[in-house]
Design a protein around this ligand. Structure first.
Ligand code: SAM
Ligand code: FES
Length: 345
């Protein structure tokens, strides 16, 4: 309880203190207190607004082999697809009509989508919808590529750091990938003026409270505008197929901690949270989250963007998806805000 008080008062803890707090996460009193404070802060900065991001999963080709991921290059059973520029623009057009003012282009690291193609896509979307934000989530790129995308008009970039512990990073990724590069990408993106989103999976294999404590210390240092966290969920075609999924209560606990640590942060109640618990996203909002990311991808490709098993929201039309979320958000006393939804300064 002393640590909860310290976190609430100073918006920070040391690594050892974070680890101790996380070890006490099952104590309902602790979670309750943190949740109350997190919602208070969310309301202070964002009122009852929950921002929407229209997610366009435009390619499931990937050159990487992250061990946990269903669309990694080595998964020969993945049914690959790529949306054309026209198909992506059609998603934006439908999304705009439904009220979306942020489009998130997410995909594997797909070399077919050259930097020029991505920049052209961003330019076209920004000129067609100048009042909308464009977020990219396409992995690790050289500084010059990030610069090109930024100059084309990209506003935000989502790149989860996945785990801030070197050794743990090495257990989740092949030797060709490194935490150092991942972190450098995040700092490059910040320097280029993107609104940056980092984040990690909760309950990934071998994750300890100390690892999560390192994630929190890293987030405090990076000061991202967005933080994406969701439970790890096994995918049947990965080496982690038999591993247990991450815990919903711990994810909720960490959402509250992150809201207190970075009070103005944009914090999504993720699809993974909704996959693990039918009311996961509602609970996420009640723990301090303030963003939802409905799927704008064409229905025919949704099931193919299978990062983990049993992913929800893969069958509905975009309009239905939005209607469903609107009801869910309302059920916890919030309103779905149809605006760009930048982080408050
Ligand atoms: N390629 C881009 C990148 O690396 O940032 C974006 C796509 S990647 C699939 C988006 C996120 O999905 C990853 O950052 C990871 O945290 C999450 N993810 C992948 N596999 C997952 C799993 N099995 N369970 C939960 N989340 C997963
Ligand atoms: Fe590239 Fe998952 S391994 S998106």
């Amino acid at each position: 309880m002393e640590l909860v008080q310290k976190l609430i008062e100073t918006h920070d803890l040391t690594k050892d203190e974070f680890a101790e707090l996380i070890r006490a996460s099952e104590d309902p009193g602790t979670a309750g207190l943190l949740g109350e404070e997190a919602v208070k802060l969310r309301k202070q900065y964002y009122g009852d607004k929950v921002f929407t991001r229209g997610l366009i999963e435009f390619t499931n080709y990937c050159k990487n082999n992250c061990y946990y991921c269903g669309i990694r290059a080595g998964n020969k059973n993945a049914d690959r697809y790529r949306l054309t520029k026209e198909e992506i623009l059609e998603c934006c057009s439908q999304g705009y009509a439904l009220g979306y003012r942020t489009f998130v282009l997410q995909g594997g690291e797909d070399p077919w989508y050259t930097d020029e193609k991505i920049a052209d896509l961003v330019r076209t979307i920004k000129s067609g919808y100048p009042d909308c934000a464009v977020t990219l989530s396409i992995g690790e790129k050289p500084y010059e590529s990030y610069r090109l995308f930024r100059e084309a008009g990209a506003d935000r970039y989502l790149l989860r750091h996945e785990t801030a512990n070197e050794e743990h990073y090495g257990m989740l990724h092949p030797a060709s990938m490194s935490l150092k590069v991942r972190k450098q990408c995040l700092y490059d993106l910040k320097e280029l003026g993107y609104q940056v989103g980092a984040g990690f999976m909760v309950g990934s294999p071998w994750q300890t409270p100390e690892h999560i404590a390192e994630d929190l210390v890293f987030l405090k240092e990076l000061q991202p505008q967005m933080v994406g966290i969701g439970p790890f969920i096994p995918h049947h075609d990965t080496r982690f197929a038999e591993e247990p999924a991450g815990s919903v209560p711990l994810t909720l606990f960490l959402l509250s901690v992150i809201r207190i640590l970075l009070p103005k942060v944009l914090l999504p109640a993720t699809t993974a949270l909704g996959t693990m618990d039918p009311l996961g996203r509602e609970k996420g909002l009640l723990a301090g989250a303030n963003v939802v990311m409905p799927n704008l991808s064409p229905v025919r490709t949704r099931k193919k963007y299978e990062l983990y098993d049993n992913k929800i929201c893969t069958g509905e039309e975009s309009a239905q998806c939005l209607g469903c979320l609107e009801r869910r958000v309302k059920s916890v006393g919030c309103v779905l805000a149809k605006e760009r939804g930048d982080a408050v300064q």
